[in-house]
Write a protein that binds this ligand. Sequence first.
Ligand code: C5P
Length: 233
Amino acid sequence: MEKRVIVALDFNSSDAALHLVDSLDASLCRLKIGKELFTACGPELLKQIQDRGFEIFLDLKFHDIPNTVAKAAKVVGDMGVWMFNVHASGGHAMMEAAREALLEFEQGRPKLIAVTVLTSLAQEDLNQIGFERTPEEQVSKLAFLTRDAGLDGVVCSAAETGLLRAQLPKDFCLVTPGIRRAEDAAGDQKRVLGPADAVRSGSNFLVVGRPITQADSPNEALKEFNSAIAGVS
Ligand code: C5P
């Protein structure tokens, strides 16, 4: 089975993260470790989770000078991470440096994707930091920059998936958070998409947090997400 669901481990302690991890079947999903959990527990916990058979998306969104990001990318490669990300607004040279730092890893090479525009930024926020385009235009521009730097794909919101899939080649990977079943609470997510609709609109991987992590039975909820997208293309 292709593991398209990435469960977001949005926790601040090893105990809380491992409690959830130990309830999930590693053959059914991948796991995302972000800034909160990595800052609290670091590479040690990441390794413990990998030792349980899970592949990791390390969501640290690197954004720095090319040399620094390249060195961090090499460390991520050495940790055997499956996928990680950088900010596309760090520029072409930064993204290219990160990609080049991964060349030595050959088949075990992590997938490298970019964040285009944070979904928390509306038009006014973009204007304040000097971006004059609409959020959609900016997302599209940065997705092309990411593709041109040779990266594997981008993180994009449910609302952007269809547009980017229409513009970018099939092998360019789209990773989409904000996924909810009809019965799930949206929480703080403003625009959500059902799992099957996300895949139909072109998403390759679905990042799902609370609908799975806060479920009475996380593994059953995960299975429902997988059933919802089985056979959908
Ligand atoms: O709990 P929920 O399903 O909303 O979690 C979604 C995960 O995806 C969280 O880890 C969140 O930080 C992340 N994410 C997001 N929206 C983005 C980028 C990342 O929700 N635009």
